[in-house]
Write a new protein. Structure first.
Length: 109
């Protein structure tokens, strides 16, 4: 059976995260996990860490400002959920291209 709907676009990501998982200390056992996609990580990095305006950040990722806003809102929601519930936050997945390298590498779930 063929997938339905419109195919997903690749997002432009400039930096691979140095650490791909954050987990709470002092919590016994294995905590639940929240998965942050690479495009959500990039949106957080551009808007919150680098302080770019949404329009500039969206241009950097080659997406519309509305799409960037939606991705950023989802990323904030996931981070808040992870912190509030004491869940591990894992950064992985999504459709993206690393463009900081000479030859972009296509990543796919």
């Amino acid at each position: 059976m063929r997938p339905r709907g419109r195919p997903g676009k690749y997002r432009i990501v400039k930096v691979d995260p140095k650490i791909s998982q954050f987990s709470p200390r002092g919590r016994p056992g294995r905590p639940n996990e929240v998965q942050l996609k690479m495009d959500e990580f990039e949106a957080l990095r551009l808007a919150d860490y680098q302080g770019l305006r949404q329009k500039e950040a969206a241009k950097s990722m080659h997406i519309s400002q509305q799409t960037f806003s939606r991705i950023l809102r989802k990323a904030h929601q996931l981070i808040a959920e992870g912190i509030t519930t004491g869940s591990a936050i894992k950064i992985q997945g999504g459709q993206y291209v690393i463009s900081s390298r000479r030859n972009p590498v296509l990543k796919n779930p």
